[in-house]
Design a protein around this ligand. Sequence first.
Ligand code: 5AD
Ligand code: SF4
Length: 362
Amino acid sequence: MSDFSLILERLAATGKAESEHLTTLLSARGEHFAQLCAKAQEVRMRSVGSWVYLRGLIEMSNLCRKNCLYCGIRAANSSVTRYVLDAESILSAVTFAADNGFGSIALQAGERVGEVYTRRVTDLLQRISSSIKPQLGITLSLGEQPESVLREWKNSGATRYLLRIETSDPKLYRMLHPDNDLHSFSSRLDTLSNLRNLGYIVGTGVMIGLPGQSIEMLAQDLLWLQRQEVDMVGMGPYIPHMDTPLWHKRHEIPRAEERLRLSIAMVACLRLLMPTINIAATTALQVMQSDGRELAIRAGANVIMPNITPECRQNDYALYSHKPLAQENLLDALPHLQRQISLCGCEVQLHTPGDPLHFLNR
Ligand code: 5AD
Ligand code: SF4
């Protein structure tokens, strides 16, 4: 057996790897890359099966108080038309998700804080919980919030929370964010640990192909995710946005095909390291290549997050360039998505929340 096969077999058998083994796997190309994806898919089939769960993503507002250097909706970008969806529009998107058998919804927005805002989200959560079937998982992705707020939202019906760490390397994190208290690496870590202690199903993730990011850092990201024992991971390629400070470093990053390859390799390695978590095939993959999400499904991902934000607002939630809009009519698109997923040897599982086995076993 070649060294590569040995490393792969050992990781698949034990769920453990050294950093230098991960860098070998992350560098796989051609036949080795195919072998890595196939092994991850094998582990996925025997640990979480062939199911793929749908999460309806609702982009509630693009207002944000932060200025992450890579993000298109950062506060300082004055070319964004800002919006806040009203409760009725959000509730109708939630009903759409429930009626069409989505396992969960994810309410996402830029980061805002304050009593009025907190209360508005609490009211919304209470309305959602009282009006829909209890088996619909409610996920929040609303940035860093004080522990008391996270507790209030949990008590109002939210069960899951997504907060990406973006990179587990503190120095790289600093390079990607303004140097102030609002953008502190340690606060982000603290929020993740609060979420865990409050009993949330916790999701995080990283961006792949950032300026200044080495393959060793990505291997460290994988080991960090494993140590954190997170339940869900969403990660995808970094996509430069013209109206951001990081745009001027766009020549320092790997080409699009390489960022896609690396992202899929990250998904495969993560499935081998954490067989029972939920891993999303992210929209950013679809930007790199139209079937990017399917490549991730074939490498062990088991969640897809179709955007169900009301049509008129989707243009304004551009975290990165060339973000695809939801299909004119998602209902027409769903059978197509189901077909694509079955071509990957998997099957869309409707009407179940699809809580990560990793959380249920915890
Ligand atoms: N490219 C890729 N992903 C991005 N995000 C923000 N900006 C970009 C970008 N330019 C991701 C971050 C954030 C999530 C909501 O979107 O990981 O946490
Ligand atoms: Fe705001 Fe999130 Fe964008 Fe940072 S990545 S600017 S917190 S929306």
